[in-house]
Design a protein around this ligand. Structure first.
Ligand code: SAM
Length: 295
């Protein structure tokens, strides 16, 4: 920072974008604008309209501190403590995975089978809720549903609870800490999960911002990345109602393995896979055979 003449909005954005670019960040200008707009509590358009506006020393040093963190690789969502998912703003911090746009496909798939069941009690289980993104989005969309959200991380559950409160669905959600199904003693109509699914050997190849900042417990899932899919499918006889649906987010390379696990479970009458908007297999859906459960 120069002594004397105050830096302007334009100076700050330009310098930070240049430094981010040199560092190889994917969207240098956007990151710089988003961070400065956050500190100034304005939208990005304001920055374009007021490039000559001088910044106070306080704002300039707050911006410098955020840009330094960004240069070390910290994701923008953690710097802002927020991320948009399903057009809702979620609080995020380093206790939770940053919700990904791909995961919206999981929500979309659940809504396809639930849209018919607009009345009555619908019991949904979101395993490994993290920030609550999936569970809160479903509770938000399905006003007749009760969503039980579990996570092994009490810190994540605190974030998820606050996100449910922020979106006014906390009275139709229950948050339970524990290992997958361990805290549960009831059956559900829908079980949905975006479980950890990174192969242990793939960890080092993850982008530094993911590897260095997002919780490892939200990512890693054994040599094939399917440890959690296997355990969740194995839990379905006990926790999924007959005629109910299981939805699992998968990595594209896991389709075959998950397909085999679903077939071996021998409790599902149909299953299908859904691609994300990049054309990659992203969601496995399976309907449990029905003998007594009806919509
Ligand atoms: C990939 S993240 C998904 C978070 C969130 N559902 C989302 O889509 O953004 C997986 C989550 O599973 C949780 N988790 C990991 N192991 C678990 C276990 N054994 N039992 C319950 N949750 C677990 C992690 O803490 C993390 O929040």
């Amino acid at each position: 920072m120069t002594e004397g003449k105050a830096l302007t909005i334009g100076d700050c954005v330009h310098r930070a974008a240049r430094d981010f670019d040199v560092q190889g960040l994917a969207s240098p200008r956007l990151d710089a604008e988003v961070l400065l707009a956050h500190i100034l509590k304005v939208d990005r358009l304001y920055l374009y309209r007021n490039p000559e506006e001088p910044l106070t020393q306080e704002v300039a040093s707050a911006f410098q501190s955020l840009t330094a963190r960004r240069l070390r690789g910290e994701p923008v969502a953690y710097l802002l403590n927020r991320k948009e998912f399903w057009s809702l703003i979620f609080e995020v911090n380093e206790q939770v995975l940053i919700p990904r746009p791909d995961t919206e496909c999981l929500v979309e798939e659940v809504l396809k089978v639930c849209s018919d069941a607009a009345t009555g009690d619908l019991r949904i289980l979101d395993l490994g809720t993290g920030s609550g993104a999936v569970g809160v989005a479903l509770a938000w969309e399905l006003r007749h549903a009760h969503v039980v959200a579990t996570d092994i991380s009490p810190g994540a559950l605190n974030v998820a609870r606050r996100n449910a409160g922020r979106h006014g669905v906390e009275q139709r959600m229950t948050f339970l800490a524990g290992d997958l199904f361990a805290p549960l003693s009831e059956k559900f109509d829908i079980i949905v999960s975006n479980p950890p699914y990174i192969r242990t050997t793939a960890f080092q190849a993850l982008p530094p911002g993911v590897r260095g900042y997002e919780p490892a417990a939200a990512l890693l899932a054994g040599p094939e990345g399917t440890v959690f899919h296997e355990r969740i499918i194995a839990g379905c006889p006990e926790y999924l109602n007959e005629g109910g649906w299981l939805f699992l987010e998968i990595g594209p390379e896991q389709r075959q393995g998950v397909e085999a696990l679903l077939a071996a479970a021998a409790i599902f009458e149909e299953s299908h896979f859904r691609r994300d908007y990049a054309g990659l297999d992203r969601v496995a859906a399976a309907k449990r055979k029905q003998s007594s459960w009806t919509r």
